[in-house]
Design a protein around this ligand. Sequence first.
Ligand code: TNX
Length: 503
Amino acid sequence: MKSDSLLAALFVVVGLACAPGASAFAATGAAPLPLVPAPRAVEVQPGELRIAGKARVDADPSATRAAAALRSTLDALGVVEDATGTRIALRLVDESALGEEGYRLLVGDDIRISARTEVGLLHGIQTLRQLLPAQAASEVALPHVAIDDAPSYPWRGLSLDVARSFLPVAYLEKTIDRMSRFKLNRLHLHLTDDQGWRIEIRRYPKLVEIGGASAVEGGRSGWYTQDELRHLVAYAQARGIVIVPEIDVPGHVQAALASYNELACDDEDNLAPYSGLEVGFSVLCLDKPGVVYPFVQQVMEEVLAIFPSKEIHIGGDEIKHPLYADFVARVAAMVEGMGRTPIAWEEGSVADTNPGMLLQLWNDGYDIAPAVAEGHPLILSPCSYFYIDHGNYAGQPQTYDWCRKEGVPLARLYSFDPAPFETAVGIEAALWTELVHTDEAADNRLWPRLAAAAELGWSPAAVRGYEGFVQRMGALRTHLDALGVGYHPEPDLGWDDGASAGD
Ligand code: TNX
């Protein structure tokens, strides 16, 4: 399909009669279907399907996760499973054009979702979910529609800094639910930093006893048990999301040094827990390889036993040391030797590593071209678009502006174009928490900007456009409300009417 017909398909007139009591998903007129991220191809056809409180799930026997997700979606909407209800079929099909995450959704006399994988089916269910009303309704009307969809990029992520200020398990669960609604598929947890060590390592119990007890000033301390993390991994996996752990080395390690002083060089006299805002001052003693490498190895062994993610983040940011490049190369090789693929922040590109190592770009101006020429895959997080610890608007209280003094408003984030980055695997928004100390503040920084990031990662340029995004996202406000999201009352979306929980 050509790009102009794709757009036309998205904005096709949906003529739905609004019967009393029916919850039509779209008003009359040329409103686009309220879908974020925009699917690659949508064809709205004449007619509608009415669901009157009853549905029948007809799932392939092997699609157990998708069937469970569909059942809980219907349950939350008060739709009862009943043999006489509207049939919703979930089919695993062997069609290579659908890729790993693609799906097809057909709404006609019944509903059919097909995909090659369970993750594809989960995405199709989320699309159906966005077409359905936010809350239970006695009758639901869906337009007849054929959607053929697959993501542009395989990596559509959120990085959460749980090290500066801890985020409780319950908040991570909520965030996973909300991410999956928008087809985001990577939750990168920045588990360690100067201000705190948040992951239980059984071989080194003081990492959490001491390192887990500190936090940035005004922030929350705490740590996750390995059982809690395993629970989160499974919770995310059931929703199509991979949790990517980051152990940030060799810098950003004051919490580790405070816990095990021998990891610092012998002349280091600053071994106290840290609660300030500075970066770039702490480092594992690279002159003590006999101490530092066994430590990193043993930590990684426990980390890898918890997280099945193929990619493992080794940090590597903001440190200047003569042995830095050597360290990154050794730790990257260590992770590869354990059967996984390392990710490093962009600075890691100076190390002599396998070109399979992913690099995460975070400074807009960083010269990443040589690494791209070597073939390193990139995760795109340039700070002037994706650092959502920056304000939703210029001067927002409790936000940084070091990367962009106007902050990172929704329209700014949306305007990013990943296309010039040849080896990009996708995008990732990053929420650092030096200034984000509550769940409410995190919600405010994440939403609605995370939905814009989701669209950049999923939707091809031909179906993107800020005006359409604003219309579609505006219509999904009720969904965020139903999920209890304390989003920023974004004026571009008309949400600045005092009716929401945000600031
Ligand atoms: C830069 S991004 C950092 C973080 C800070 C963040 C604050 C990166 C690899 N390092 O340590 O939290 O800026 O915006």
